[in-house]
Design a protein around this ligand. Structure first.
Ligand code: ADP
Length: 888
């Protein structure tokens, strides 16, 4: 530690930019500017004994100067490293000089004399410039009297500001000084002990506190803190020791406080850290416990389980690689991180998909398959035959890429159940994919994973559900897909059904190809027309016409009733539905091509019966025998104090067992009263047609809907008006035009048809005509109502009733030609269902009658019409009396 030194009256001055060297501080500087190099060289390097130099702070010109004198800058400043080993911030004096040529340099008028503790010289390559590294120790303050230049550097005339020994002794007596000293030492001690705690050092500093005079200690302490230039300056300016000590106390105290605050923060952070560490430890323990219990549902265990599942999924090599990449990504994510869940769900899908898992296809037994089809379905002989053929081909050539079977027919005719029978016959799993209302291609192909809430398409989803790669997949209602702006699902389906392409089916969500070639596709549709031709091209259409009432009766008796009873836990011992009643259900409660509603109605009867049985059960008294047996046994056991042994008899949940447990004394037989009670009043009856055509102006048409054929009444009425035609009943453009054509045709032939005399040939004179198609809420369209419209108008104008037993269909041209229409088979079946006896059809539809079951045909009189007059001839009782007079 520096003792008080004798200062010379003149010192070479080294300027320190924005920096103060306080007495007692040791500093290492690198001199690079020509002036400082010169100064070091002359004042320190070339001298025998190490000389003294003066360190004078200078203020950056940007800062306000308060000190004088100001000189034009001609000197550079050197970089300073406080007690640092590394050398930083080399300042280039020349650059600096040229940059700040106009700047003024503000010298502080107090400085510190410094002694060089160490000097080293270096030569910069390739410029050959000499630099010095100097370690300086601050000794004592001085005052600048006068500044002058010596060559390239400054010198100053100075006076020492240190107190003499006697002055010092005097001050030491000062009570203020004593208390200030005590306060300083206490604060300093506190700081040291805090630092000691932190760094486990400080022994040496403590010794300092004991040995070094307090006014020097003040400088040494302050010099070791990071404080502002202003504070350093004011410390330098504290020539009075009392001021210096109190300032130092303040600074030491501030430093102490800042350390304490920092420590508090660290403690807090550490506290939190240790909390999470604690949690981590607990989790580890929990995992160990769970592992011990074989109960691993932890997150990481989950991932491990997922990885295991992925390994067992049998993915092809390239997909396994992709999956691993995704898994690595997932592992790096935090569970709370957005995207974690979706990435996980995706991997779950990859792991769940049956990449190789297939149902084992057993040797196909055609006889068994035929038996199965027969036992599941009544009738449908041709359809079953076609299915057997299909299966036979598969048996001979398992990888045959035959066309996809497509069952077409109204709802409830057994399309789905046939497909599931195929699956059963082949021993494969069955999955149904509903395509009804699919307008978005993404429904088939999935959404890309970049979308929020993205999902795989229905096909991949179906494959996941069924979890084998070779199921029988039913593409249900393939005719109900439509295309709009969101793409064309049909084109995606085309890829699915194409054996060349479906090997590498590309689902957007899955993003890796999936092999669908092992899947057997079966499609269903209600109608052929809406199926896009390219799709239809890939399929073999098998039409399932609707059933006749007789067929429905057989289906009900042989298949539906046993199945419904079984589903409701009943048997024939509880409920019997006689044939007569089933017939009534068919006639009065269902008017459908299939048997779905019939099945539903039968189920309603079964439910009602189940309630009755359940009520009976409550009323059954406990058998006396049981009571007699139970009581003494129980009593004696208790009396003896012996243990009561109990045998637990398992309660079976099998419906049969429950029902047989409460065997009713006599079965419930469904009668008309029960039908009405359970199913409500009859919805249709045979007299309906007769009643509806009781007034002139009403005719019976046959139309085609997605539910098969239907009977459609057309009502026409006239009223006072201006000759307008009103049409109601949710009609489309085509049907409206048909009405116009019908009106025109009737008006044009009014006199020939004897609807009007020559004088009053304008049928619409003073009246409006209103035509209505009942079931007003159902949209209707198509040209096949043409003949029905004319018939109703002729009936209206002639005031003659149309025959109630006759229904008709056919398009009519303006000239009265009857054109063929579609859906003949369904329409004829519908007429048969409605109890209609005579059907008028376009002559050119004759060929379509081969599709109609013969027993239906035999129960109907089919009347063929070429021209409208032929229709009218047949539609009215006693024919068309005006015909012979007609010139047509
Ligand atoms: P679709 O798919 O044509 O709409 P489903 O296959 O769902 O009709 O058939 C409806 C119900 O009718 C099913 O319970 C089915 O078993 C039954 N069903 C239909 N046709 C027959 C039939 N020919 N023999 C026995 N049950 C039938």
């Amino acid at each position: 530690m520096a003792e008080s030194v004798e200062l010379p009256s003149r010192l070479a001055i080294l300027p320190f930019r924005n920096k103060v060297l306080l007495p007692g501080a040791i500093i290492r500087i690198r001199c690079t500017s020509p002036s400082s190099v010169k100064l070091v060289e002359q004042e320190l390097w070339q001298r025998e004994e190490k000389g003294l130099i003066g360190i004078l702070p200078v203020r950056d010109s940007a800062e306000t100067a308060t000190v004088a004198p100001s000189l034009s800058q001609g000197l550079g400043t050197d970089s300073v490293e406080r007690n640092s080993k590394s050398q930083v911030g080399v300042s280039d004096a020349h650059k600096h000089e040229s940059k700040n040529a106009q700047e003024v340099i503000h010298w502080h008028n107090r400085g510190v004399a410094a002694r060089a503790l160490h000097l080293s010289r270096g030569v910069e390559k390739p410029s050959g410039r000499v630099t010095y590294i100097v370690v300086l120790e601050g000794l004592c303050r001085f005052n600048v009297q006068e500044l002058s230049t010596r060559g390239t550097y400054y010198t100053a005339r100075i006076t020492s500001l240190d107190m003499t020994k006697t002055e010092m002794e005097q001050v030491e007596q000062d009570p203020d000084f004593i208390s200030l000293t005590r306060q300083f030492k206490a604060t300093a001690m506190e700081l040291i002990s805090v630092l000691e705690q932190k760094q486990k050092t400080g022994g040496r500093t403590k010794v300092l506190l004991e040995t070094v005079p307090v006014h020097k200690l003040a400088d040494i302490f302050v010099a070791s803190f990071e404080i502002s230039f202003e504070e350093q300056l004011s410390m330098l300016d504290s020539v009075d020791v009392k001021v210096r000590i109190s300032k130092a106390t303040e600074l030491v105290d501030r430093h102490l406080q800042s350390i304490r605050v920092a420590e508090k923060i660290t403690q807090k952070v550490e506290g939190q850290l240790s909390k999470s560490q604690k949690e981590f430890l607990l989790r580890q323990q929990m995992r160990a416990i769970k592992e011990e219990l074989g109960d691993n549902d932890d997150d990481e265990d989950d991932l491990a389980a997922l990885e295991r599942k992925m390994q067992n999924a049998g993915m092809p090599a390239h997909i396994w690689k992709h999956a691993q990449r995704e898994l690595r990504r997932l592992k790096k994510m935090q569970p709370q991180q957005p995207g974690y869940n979706s990435a996980r769900v995706y991997l779950e899908l990859l792991a769940d998909l049956p990449w190789q898992k297939a149902s084992e296809e057993h040797e196909l037994d055609l006889k068994a398959a035929r038996e199965r089809l027969d036992s599941d379905h009544y009738g449908l002989v041709k359809v079953k035959q076609r299915i057997i053929e299909y299966l036979a081909v598969r048996k001979l050539k398992p990888d045959a890429r035959g066309p996809v079977l497509c069952f077409v027919g109204p709802p409830g005719v057994g399309k789905t159940s046939l497909a599931s029978s195929i699956a059963a016959a082949l021993g494969r799993k069955f999955v149904r994919i509903s395509l009804g209302g699919v307008k978005d291609e993404a429904d088939i192909r999935g959404h890309r994973r970049t979308y929020i809430g993205s999902m795989p398409g229905r096909l991949i989803d179906g494959i996941k559900r069924v979890s084998v790669c070779n199921p029988v997949m039913l593409l249900d209602e393939i005719d109900k897909t439509g295309s709009d702006i969101r793409g064309d699902p049909a084109s995606a389906l085309l890829e699915v059904l194409d054996p060349e392409q479906n090997k590498t089916f590309n689902d957007h969500y899955l993003n890796v190809p999936y092999d669908l070639s092992k899947v057997i596709f079966v499609a269903t549709a209600n109608r052929i027309q809406p199926i896009p031709p390219p799709l239809l091209d890939r399929m073999e259409v098998i039409e399932l016409p609707g059933y006749t009432p007789e067929e429905k009766l057989r289906i009900a008796m042989q298949h539906l009733i046993p199945r419904v009873l079984d589903q409701h836990g009943l048997s024939f011992d509880f409920l019997q539905i006689p044939e007569e009643m089933v017939k009534l259900v068919i006639q009065r409660y269902t008017r459908e091509a299939g048997v779905r509603n019939l099945e539903r109605n039968l189920a309603a009867l079964a439910r009602a019966a189940a309630v009755k049985v359940a009520e009976q059960e409550e009323a059954v008294p406990l058998s006396k025998d049981v009571q007699r047996l139970a009581s003494p046994l129980l009593e004696s056991s208790l009396a003896d104090g012996a243990e009561v042994e109990m045998e637990v008899i398992p309660m079976s949940v099998n419906n049969h067992d429950i029902s047989s447990a409460f065997k009713a004394s006599s079965p419930l037989i469904v009668d008309e009263a029960m039908l009405e009670k359970v199913l409500g009043p009859a919805r249709y009856d045979d007299r309906e047609t007769a009643e509806r055509v009781a007034t002139p102006g009403v005719s019976v048409g046959l139309v085609w809907t997605a539910f098969g054929g239907e009977v459609q009444f057309v009502e026409a009425t006239a009223m006072v008006g201006k000759g307008d035609l009103h049409l109601t009943g949710q009609l489309g453009d085509v049907i409206k035009e048909s009405a116009q054509i019908a009106m025109t045709w009737v008006r044009a032939r009014a006199t020939e048809l004897k609807l009007a005399t020559v004088e009053e040939s304008n049928l619409l004179e003073g009246r409006d005509i209103h035509i209505h198609f009942p079931a007003g809420a159902v949209p209707k369209d198509g040209p096949s109502a043409g003949v029905t419209l004319v018939t109703s108008l002729v009936s209206l104008f002639s005031q003659r009733r149309v025959r109630a037993d006759t229904a008709m269909t056919g398009e009519m041209t303006l000239r009265g030609l009857v054109l063929p229409v579609g859906g003949i088979k369904d329409k004829v079946l519908a007429a048969h269902r409605y109890g209609i006896k005579r059907v008028i059809l376009p002559e050119r539809n004759l060929k379509d009658l081969v599709e109609v079951p013969s027993h239906v045909l035999s129960s109907l009189e089919i009347l063929l019409a070429r021209r409208m007059e032929d229709v009218l001839e047949q539609a009215f009782e006693g024919g068309c009396p005006w015909r012979q007079h007609s010139k047509l």
